[in-house]
Design a protein around this ligand. Structure first.
Ligand SMILES: [Zn+2]
Length: 277
C-alpha cells in the first residue's frame, strides 16, 4: 500500500495544475466553470432597411466575430467542447472548453538543448521547433543572470492523455473522473508549445512557492522577452480553469507575449475568448 500513499502524495502536491502528472490527477479546478464564451453571431445592430419596415432579417455581421474565430466557425464535439481550427498555430488557445482535434500530434517536435531534471530521452522533453529554440534562448538568458533553470515537462501526447482519462473513467465513472482528470485534447502540453520549468532549489517540483525563488522571480519578469507567457496567472483561475502555475511556460511569440505581459492578461482575454468584464 505504500505506493498508493506516494501516488496520493504526488497528486496532492500537484493539485490544480494543468501540468504533467497533474493532468491525470488533475485537480479540483476542473469544476471551475468558465462561462461558455462561444458566442453566436448576434445581429444586435439592426439593419435599417429603408424600403421595408417589417423586414428584420438576421444578417451575420462578420466584423463582430472575435479575432481568433475569423476564419471559420469552430465545431463542437459531443461533449460540447470546441474543437480548435488551427492546432498548428503558435497562437492556438487550448483549455477546458477548447480542445485539439482527435489524435493531433505537433509536426515538428524536437528536444530543446536545455538542462532537464533527468537524462534519458522521454517524449515529454519535446517541444515544437520554434518553441524549443526560444526556450534555449530563454535558458541562456537566465544563465547570464545567474539563474539556473531546469526543464521538467513539455509535450504530452493525445494518446497518453486518452489512456489516462479512460482509465480514470473506468475506475471512477465519467462524472467523477471529470472532476480531476483532463479530457484528451484539452491539455496545453499536447500543443508542444508548453514547458514546465523548475529548479534544483525546488527539488525539481512544480509548486507555487517557485514564484518566491530567484528563478521564479526571473521567469515572471523575463519570460515574455523570449516569446513565452506564464500561462496560468494568479487570480485568473475563473478564466483559465487552472490555479496559479508560475512554472508553466507557453510559447506564443514575442509580440503577443510582450503585450500580454504588459497588460497582465491571459490568452483567453487577449484573444477575446472570455468576456473582459
Ligand atoms: Zn504545465
Amino acid at each position: 500500500m505504500k505506493w498508493k500513499s506516494i501516488v496520493i502524495g504526488m497528486g496532492l502536491s500537484l493539485t490544480l495544475t494543468g501540468c504533467s502528472w497533474a493532468e491525470s490527477l488533475n485537480s479540483f479546478s476542473s469544476d471551475i466553470q468558465t462561462p461558455d464564451v462561444e458566442q453566436e453571431q448576434s445581429s444586435k445592430e439592426k439593419e435599417k432597411t429603408e424600403n421595408s419596415e417589417q423586414q428584420k432579417e438576421e444578417t451575420p455581421q462578420e466584423e463582430n466575430l472575435p479575432a481568433a474565430e475569423e476564419k471559420e466557425v469552430e465545431k463542437k464535439d459531443s461533449d460540447g467542447l470546441t474543437i480548435v481550427n488551427e492546432p498548428k498555430s503558435i497562437q492556438v488557445v487550448v483549455n477546458k472548453q477548447r480542445k485539439l482535434p482527435e489524435g493531433y500530434k505537433p509536426p515538428d517536435l524536437v528536444v530543446p538543448d536545455v538542462p532537464f531534471y533527468f537524462n534519458e530521452f522521454h517524449p515529454k522533453k519535446q517541444m515544437r521547433e520554434e518553441a524549443a529554440k526560444a526556450l534555449e534562448e530563454l535558458f541562456a538568458g537566465a544563465k547570464k543572470n545567474g539563474i539556473d533553470l531546469v526543464a521538467a515537462s513539455g509535450y504530452r501526447s493525445y494518446e497518453r492523455q486518452k489512456s489516462i482519462y479512460q482509465q480514470n473513467v473506468a475506475e471512477r465513472g465519467e462524472k467523477e473522473a471529470n472532476q480531476f482528470s483532463a479530457k484528451p485534447g484539452t491539455s496545453e502540453h499536447q500543443t508542444g508549445l508548453a514547458m514546465d520549468v523548475t529548479s534544483a532549489q525546488m527539488a525539481f517540483k512544480l509548486k507555487q512557492s517557485f514564484r518566491q525563488t530567484d528563478e521564479g522571480e526571473w521567469l515572471a519578469n523575463h519570460a515574455h522577452e523570449y516569446g513565452f507567457v506564464i500561462r496560468y496567472l494568479k487570480g485568473k483561475s475563473d478564466i483559465t480553469g487552472y490555479s496559479y502555475e508560475p512554472w508553466h511556460l507557453r510559447y506564443v511569440g514575442k509580440d503577443i507575449s510582450t503585450t500580454i505581459h504588459n497588460q497582465e492578461e491571459t490568452l483567453e482575454e487577449f484573444f477575446g475568448l472570455y468576456p473582459s468584464s
